[in-house]
Design a protein around this ligand. Sequence first.
Ligand SMILES: Cc1cc2nc3c(=O)[nH]c(=O)nc-3n(C[C@H](O)[C@H](O)[C@H](O)COP(=O)(O)OP(=O)(O)OC[C@H]3O[C@@H](n4cnc5c(N)ncnc54)[C@H](O)[C@@H]3O)c2cc1C
Length: 499
Amino acid sequence: MDYDYIIIGTGAGGGTIAHKLAPTGKKILILERGDFLKRAKENWDPAAVFVDGHYNPGEMWLDKEGEEFEPGTHYYVGGNTKFYGAALLRLREKDFEEVKHYGGTSPAWPLKYKDFQPYYLEAEKLYSVHGKRGEDPTEPPEKEPYFCDPVSHEPPVQKIVDRLKPHGFTIFHLPVGIRLNEKNSEKSECIRCDTCDGFPCMVDAKADAHTTCIRPALSHDNVTLITGAKAEKLIEDNGKIVAVEVIKDGKTDRFTADKFILSCGAINSSALLLKSGVANSSGMVGRHYMCHNNSAIVAISKEKNPTKFQKTLGINDYYYGSDDSELPLGHIQLLGKVKPEMLKGDAPAITPEIALEGMADHAMGWWITSEDLPDPENRVTVSDSGQIQLSYTENNLEAHKRLYEKLVDIIHLSSPTTHIFPNSLYLRKKIPLAGVAHQVGTCRFGTDPKTSVLDIHCKAHDLDNLYVVDGSFFPSVSGVNPGLTIIANALRVGDHLVG
Ligand SMILES: Cc1cc2nc3c(=O)[nH]c(=O)nc-3n(C[C@H](O)[C@H](O)[C@H](O)COP(=O)(O)OP(=O)(O)OC[C@H]3O[C@@H](n4cnc5c(N)ncnc54)[C@H](O)[C@@H]3O)c2cc1C
């Protein structure tokens, strides 16, 4: 046996479990198809990141009609956390239960909030999450405060808070994972810039899986990382995975281990399992793909918005419903700073560049998330030529429509000056199929091997030694960003393995 553990993928799931297992002294191999992301000017260049797709893998997937599209995903050490907005929220207690929605019912999880609670706390500490307990009425119970103070609002954001509070909104500091010290700038790695959400961090101050987990894991002699190594196939023998076949620099290699931990992201992990023909006696691998109903909304007001670090505010007043809705609507948060380049694709075609700059100067970006429900027909498959196919039909859109209408009211209340543009010109973009940032659900965990792929320890029901710790395991997606739950779950599975 070459290794005790082989971990495939270095994102939120893989990076975190590598960090957990590294101090055990076990011989660990980490395989990552991407390379280290180079520190370069492009890191913070909105044109490079948002227009030129500098960091996109250039891979094409198929939609349900067989049309090609380029997925918005990233293959680097640290995975998609290199680019994430680091809004790290716990699922709400009720998210672990069966919940009725406009589009159907989201299923109960086999484990409950109390099973995740200690790992959420560990995850918040590890990923330097800044926040304030007690502000968000929907937050799940936790006795311990956050380890880091909440990130303060800049004046334009504080103005929103001040204007909304008299209307009864309970606004909270969005929990974010950055290494910021507002009390002592000498000790702050984060410089509080306007290129965080969606950008890789040039000063390594974002708590991503690379800087937070992989880097310290590699300081242990027992841990080896091979980059540019794409896992192509898992080889099964007698109810166990015995080897992984990897392509690096055009050459195929095989590595053996006692245990394999798959964490390629929900889409790539299920594609690898399907290509390998393993762990799928239930026929559930690749099914129940979820990605949230997400929309980015840019509101342009007469007031200038000089905010730099804008992702500090969250609103969950409509998470479980509203005065006029008994059913859940979802979560609202601010987006990172809006740049002219981000508006390019969405503004009317005649808008000149200078106007885009003016718009961005006056823009406040919002992000709304509603739950999409697990549907077995929303699924990942692999074509005969090995290409990933993502078949997805949106659902539960009524909740999202209603949440959008609530946000429009919020925008009016929070920015009462006449808007330069009529309402119809709130630039609203429902995130399309290619927006796979919140991908989860393709190998859900459960107690019944007929209806789930993984058991409650995220071990494949069918195999003695294969674990999956990326976003695949989610039975439902909830209404909040998935990152912290993926991290907490990787810590939980890591604990199980160590134990
Ligand atoms: C722009 C953006 C903003 C986001 N903002 C937030 C946010 O604010 N809050 C939040 O909670 N979430 C956010 N997310 C989502 C978050 O980043 C993901 O939920 C999280 O990274 C998923 O973790 P994972 O381990 O499942 O997969 P990933 O992080 O995607 O990691 C998968 C890893 O596996 C590697 N890999 C894939 N296939 C193979 C293979 N065959 N062989 C070897 N390696 C392979 C990949 O290169 C990658 O490193 C955002 C995502 C994006 C893209």
